[in-house]
Design a protein around this ligand. Sequence first.
Ligand SMILES: *Cc1c(COP(=O)(O)O)cnc(C)c1O
Length: 345
Amino acid sequence: MKYIDIRSDTVTQPTQEMREAMYKAEVGDDVYDEDPTAKKLEDYAAKIVGKEAALFVPSGTFGNQLCIFTHCERGNEVILDDSCHIVIHEVGASSVIAGVQLRTLKSDKGVMSPQEIRSKIRKGEQDIHFPSTGLICLENAHSNGRVIPLENMKEIYEIAKENNIPVHLDGARVFNAATYLNIDPKEITNYCDSIMFCLSKGLCAPVGSIIAGSKMFVEKAKKRRKLMGGGMRQVGFLAAAGLIALEKMRGRLYEDHQNAKYLGNELSKIPQVSVNLDDIQINMVFFTLDIGNADEIVSFFLDKGIKINAPENGMFRFVTNYWVSKEDIDYVIKTLKDFLSLKVR
Ligand SMILES: *Cc1c(COP(=O)(O)O)cnc(C)c1O
């Protein structure tokens, strides 16, 4: 059975073109630096985000954690938003891998206050009790579905530079952010020293993420990638799909955004739904359902051929992607209406 899957954009299957490219990929042992396809992907990825070098990594979590591990010393403090992916969804890895302390700030829908960041920066040499701030992490697009304004990134980056602190961007969906802002991704990555972005989300590659930064940073990260068990041998098979993700799939993300807007609009016409249409900036629609117990909704949808996640903190999240059409969205809306009419009876 073919399901409509709106749980996430991570569920995207590779396209036929990716499958063919993977089949035909020229590969070698990448730990020996001999995989031409991985090299090609890394060179192209670095160019797109305007950095000197890039590195293929197994996942977004791996990439973020590798960057923290590469920028920081053990015992450093990392300043970041308390609702970001690194804090909420990465299993506490920063304390295990890099051995750092996360200094979380409350944000306004993902937007941190530059002044507050400035006030939280610490230098170990100032006081025997203090750790040193080793890194500031930003996230754009934010996993709350919103895009952080460039001006905010710029202000934070300038404060970081004044204090000689690197900035890492969790750009899992940086191309969604660039699409929303209608700018070149380099305008975003201008304000970070390292970036991680995902190939395996809305871009449809089966596996993998990229980290990018200066040549020196990526050299150091490569050694630490090996330490973390991320030295992959004939990884070109995955890189081949990643190349198509970057070449062919970035330019169509606006379709997912349009579909998300359409979905949000249709949802907003349903009385039991609360949805903030201003929050729909990329491919994600967050909403609440005012119906008391919605426990059976996941299995109801599954019976109708639609995969959704149960709400998290009371919020549903539906995500559009390459494999979800406008007609599919009409069917999702119809299914929700059917579910609600059953609840009334
Ligand atoms: C998905 C995601 C990640 C992690 O990617 P995985 O490949 O799932 O490990 C990191 N940051 C953000 C903002 C994400 O949305």
